[in-house]
Design a protein around this ligand. Structure first.
Ligand code: MN
Ligand code: MN
Length: 273
């Protein structure tokens, strides 16, 4: 038996790794259920329940160079968090894997990238201009990312205001719903991405609450997480940054285990190619 405070398959030091896992335990603007600040450590804990071998991708993570570098300091306001994340990522040439925290942390990570298509699995559009008087609320993260100039694809969408849906339509943001055939989603995303790179954000509320009950804002009629394996199979060689956000650890450890498993499968799929 072994349970520790770092991601179970961390085996390299920072600077020697191909995958850099780090936590951003920030959840100051969550609008419903709070607590995603506890997710990075809960995901790490859950990872100890998993095997290093991926059955789906036939790859063992013991052959991947993975560093869990701990958590970024989130004392102070969001500006401070943005600066700390940029400092943390400066000089990094491996694939960062950020453990949120609320969805706002994606902005802090993504602004260190150029020339990527931003793809998010999310129940929500997160296109509000502001929420609770705050433009850096978790319900605004896609809007702030749009303003950075990235192409945007959202998968699993089933909640938002009429205004947000209008904004998406008028500004070329591609939306896919859980009732779309996933094979067709993949076809469409392939056309949108072309030969470009992808930054992938997984807001865990994209999945049905039956699969991921521990999220800040649960939303019925969600995705089956199996689709992410299909997504990795198709696109992992283009994914140059990943985050997993909005986990509010649940007492049965279901949601944090799924989050840890998605990271394992991403690394396996990426190495396999
Ligand atoms: Mn979100
Ligand atoms: Mn969401």
């Amino acid at each position: 038996m072994h349970i520790d405070s770092f991601f179970a398959f961390s085996n390299s030091s920072k600077g020697e790794e191909d995958f850099l896992i780090f936590g951003i335990p920030y959840d100051c603007t969550q609008s419903f259920k709070p607590g995603s600040r506890f997710a990075p450590n809960a995901i790490r804990e859950a990872s100890w329940n998993l095997e290093s071998y991926s059955v789906y991708f036939d790859y063992d993570l013991e052959f991947a160079k993975i560093c869990d570098a701990g958590n970024v300091n989130v004392d102070g306001n969001f500006d401070r968090v943005v600066k700390n994340v940029s400092e943390f990522l400066s000089g990094v040439d491996s694939i960062p894997i950020a453990l949120g925290g609320e969805h706002t942390i994606t902005y802090a990570v993504l602004r260190n990238f150029e020339d990527v298509c931003y793809i998010a699995f999310d129940a929500h559009l997160d296109l509000r201009d502001e929420f609770d008087d705050n433009p850096f609320n978790h319900a605004c993260v896609t809007r702030r990312i749009y303003e950075l100039g990235f192409d945007i694809v959202l998968i699993g969408v089933r909640s938002g205001t009429g205004e947000e849906f209008r904004f998406a339509k008028e500004n070329g943001i591609a939306l896919f719903h859980p009732w779309h055939d996933f094979g067709e989603v993949v076809e469409n995303v392939r056309k949108i991405v072309g030969n470009g790179n992808i930054y992938l954000s997984i807001d865990m509320d994209a999945f049905d609450p039956a699969f991921a009950p521990g999220v800040s804002t649960p939303e019925p009629f969600g995705l089956n997480p199996i689709v992410v394996l299909k997504f990795f199979e198709e696109f992992s060689d283009r994914i140059i940054g990943l985050d997993v956000v909005e986990v509010v650890p649940d007492s049965e450890r279901i949601t944090q285990t799924l989050a840890a498993k998605l990271i394992v499968e991403f690394i396996a799929s990426r190495c396999k190619r």
